[in-house]
Design a protein around this ligand. Structure first.
Ligand code: MG
Length: 250
């Protein structure tokens, strides 16, 4: 069963989403050449605490970071450490917070300096795919409408959708039903209903779709070593336009 949140619960999800977005927004501003991924992770810990939240990722199945930080060919689930961010890198930041027992989950890809055109296109396509998926997340539509909209944008660009990792329902738990693949068929899957909260998160590879997990048991990388991008919003399904709960302050 896909959980349907009540009005009060939606209020708490809004709070959690707002906190996750505030943290991510400040982390984006902190990404610059020379900073280590460990320093970004420590800053995340401070910011999450300052929002009155705890990390939804720290300790999850033993995950050692406060957030996920993945560079370049790393797709998702990277762990902060001694690596320094450099000009031309793309840095994926994935923030999950728990506020008063409810989870907000959001991610983005930050380009450091001016990116080569192919890399900027990768980031742009991933954002466009997320927007296309969100646009389909309304009451009465089906999950496959979201999934196929994401896939269509990526395929049209000649890039690849990562198939081994997927989006998910989110609420009291980080991972709830349903799984939300970034590929699928229009008109298939469960019907979306107002009150569902979904973490929609395209992972897009510039090269092939295949990925593997590094020896740290967490970091997912593109098998062909080519760059990968990721972005994510927690979204409330409504009878009208989908409400993005993790919209970052401008
Ligand atoms: Mg997620």
């Amino acid at each position: 069963m896909i959980p349907i949140k009540s009005g009060r619960e939606i209020g708490w999800m809004r709070d959690a989403g707002r906190a996750a977005a505030a943290v991510l927004s400040k982390l984006v501003a902190a990404v610059s050449p020379g900073v280590t991924t460990g320093e970004i992770d420590s800053l995340a810990a401070e910011l999450i605490h300052a929002e009155g939240c705890s990390s939804a990722f720290l300790g999850y199945r033993g995950f050692p970071g406060n957030i996920c930080i993945s560079l370049n060919d790393e797709v998702v689930h990277g762990i902060g450490g001694v690596r320094r961010v450099q000009y031309g890198d793309i840095v994926k930041l994935d923030v999950g917070v728990v506020k008063a027992g409810w989870v907000g989950d959001t991610a983005t890809t930050v380009g450091v300096g001016v990116l080569p055109q192919s890399l900027q296109a990768l980031v742009d396509v991933t954002e466009q795919a997320l927007a296309a998926g969100i646009a389909e997340a309304f009451d009465g539509n089906r999950l496959g409408d979201v999934c196929s909209a994401i896939e269509r944008v990526v395929v049209a660009s000649g890039m690849s959708v990562v198939r081994d990792f997927v989006g998910h329902g989110v609420g009291r738990k980080l991972h709830e039903e349903p799984q939300i693949p970034n590929y699928g068929k229009r008109g298939t899957g469960p019907k979306l209903k107002a009150g569902m909260t979904l973490a929609i998160e395209p992972m897009v590879n510039l090269g092939g779709a295949a990925v593997r997990v590094l020896d740290d048991h967490w970091t997912v990388v593109a098998l062909d070593g080519l760059p990968s991008a990721h972005c994510e919003h927690t979204v409330l399904v409504t009878k009208g336009s989908p409400e993005i709960l993790t919209q970052r302050p401008v």
